[in-house]
Design a protein around this ligand. Structure first.
Ligand code: NAG
Ligand code: NAG
Length: 365
């Protein structure tokens, strides 16, 4: 603060330069923001360059990830416990109450899958917002460089231009790798969500329309059937692919946080160097922008390698090429992958005759 006060007149001069520089900023989005020049320069000394939205979006996405993981945790144990048939025999004399209890449990099972689908959708939404904001934040940081007063010696201007170009290139690469993470996680989450919703719909439809004969034998058989297919479908829709999606999200989140801090550090350093003058000493890094960004480029390279290993067999690079084709295929991709988890002609083909006799009114879903 003391420094700022003692350089008051210098700041006033800088503000004039900033105002001039701002006029040349093409981004209408940026220019249309309410903008207080004084605040902006105060901000440069507080070092708050990373947009607050970045941290907010990260927090929301992290919370949604947690609730999806919580929702899915211990599913198989819960399923076993809820659909147990061992209590059936011991309560044999209270059949009415007993079957009602079992029907409630079956109903709750469909609620579970609806909820899981919703929670997966929230995570898909929040992680998408986070990835988009990460890209935007890297761009916002890039734009900060344009605030450096334009009235610099030509040699310095050239170095600045070069530095800006390097940072811009980094922004492009960073955005690409974020897009890969985005595409992978969205596809997986969409498929999981579709499978869960479809399976819940089928269960609900059976309970509401097939007119279940609620005797002990039928209850037992249908519960066993539900247990078997629920665990099978769950393992498929929330299995390896979803684990990879969680990992891809977590690693991308970590890298984004690191990248933002590094970019912020670079901008802070740059502002300091122009504020205090003495380019030759303070601005050495300007002379080799490529080297200055080496660490950052290697960080996103690491992320790429992580994707390649996780998603396997260089599928990531294939994805990059196929992206356009996939957009054209559109929803088809999703439909295909959720069909993969629902057995062919479910549930008709999977039910034995003895179980089918437990329904008065079997009709197509
Ligand atoms: C099991 O039952 C509990 C409480 O009745 C319910 O909250 C939970 O969603 C059920 N889980 C499954 C997998 O059906
Ligand atoms: C990111 O920026 C683009 C264009 O600059 C804008 O259209 C989009 O709404 C922004 N996204 C978020 C999530 O802020």
């Amino acid at each position: 603060m003391l420094v700022v006060m003692s350089h008051w007149s210098y700041i006033a001069l800088l503000l004039l330069c900033v105002a001039a520089t701002l006029q040349s900023i093409e981004s209408s989005k940026y220019a249309s923001k309410p903008f207080s020049r004084h605040d902006k320069w105060t901000q440069t000394f507080n070092g708050e360059y990373i947009p607050i939205q970045f941290y907010n979006a990260m927090r929301s996405a992290e919370a949604s990830k947690q609730s999806l993981q919580n929702q899915l945790r211990n599913f198989l144990e819960q399923l076993q416990k809820n659909l147990t048939t061992s209590t059936l025999l011991s309560l044999i004399d209270n059949t009415q109450q007993n079957t009602e209890h079992q029907l409630t449990k079956l109903y709750e099972l469909s609620v579970f899958f609806y909820t899981a689908a919703d929670v997966a959708r929230f995570f898909a939404r929040d992680s998408e917002i986070f990835f988009e904001i990460a890209k935007n934040s890297s761009y916002t940081l890039l734009l900060q460089l344009r605030q450096i007063p334009a009235t610099q010696p030509t040699a310095i201007k050239l170095l600045l231009t070069n530095y800006f170009a390097e940072m811009e290139f980094f922004h492009v690469m960073f955005s690409e790798v974020i897009d890969e993470a985005l595409e992978y996680t969205q596809n997986i989450l969409f498929a999981t969500q579709k499978t869960f919703t479809y399976y819940a719909d089928v269960q609900r439809f059976i309970l509401q329309n097939w007119k279940f004969k609620c005797d002990i034998g039928c209850c037992k058989e249908y519960m066993e059937f539900s247990q078997l297919y629920s665990s099978q479908i769950f393992k498929c829709a929330a299995g390896h692919g979803l684990d990879v999606a969680f990992d891809v999200f977590a690693m991308t989140e970590l890298t984004s946080k690191y990248v933002m801090r590094q970019l912020e550090f670079r901008i802070q350093r740059l502002f300091n160097c122009f504020y205090f003058g003495n380019y030759e000493i303070r601005c050495k890094f300007l002379q080799n922008a490529e080297r200055d960004f080496e660490l950052l480029f290697s960080k996103i390279e690491e992320l790429e390698i992580f994707f390649d290993i996780k998603i396997k067999n260089g599928r990531v690079s294939a994805l990059r090429v196929r992206r356009q084709a996939q957009i054209e295929e559109g929803v088809l991709t999703g439909v295909k992958s959720y069909d993969a988890c629902i057995p062919q002609d479910f549930p008709h083909s999977q039910m034995h005759q003895s179980l089918k006799r437990c329904f008065y009114n079997i009709n197509e879903y």
